[in-house]
Design a protein around this ligand. Sequence first.
Ligand SMILES: [Zn+2]
Ligand SMILES: [Zn+2]
Length: 89
Amino acid sequence: MTTWDTCHCHREHATAKGFLRCKLPALKWITGHGDHALIAWCGAPTITLWHDANRAADAENLLHAIRCSTDCRQAHQIVHIDHTRKARQ
Ligand SMILES: [Zn+2]
Ligand SMILES: [Zn+2]
């Protein structure tokens, strides 16, 4: 699984949601809680967050099946957000 642990701002973010909002300013919406992000890149990026990697994988399978939007091109990705990592010195 892909892990994102650094944001361009090099600050530590309190939550994965804060990290993703900062890292992806084009984000359309983000919902849920947890450090596993299911990202749909098909239009403006949308994200659902999950505590559990297995739940995120289930959600991804569902998204592939029902499609995220009318513009869906199956560009879905799960990323683990390691937002607590300290900025590099
Ligand atoms: Zn940031
Ligand atoms: Zn899609």
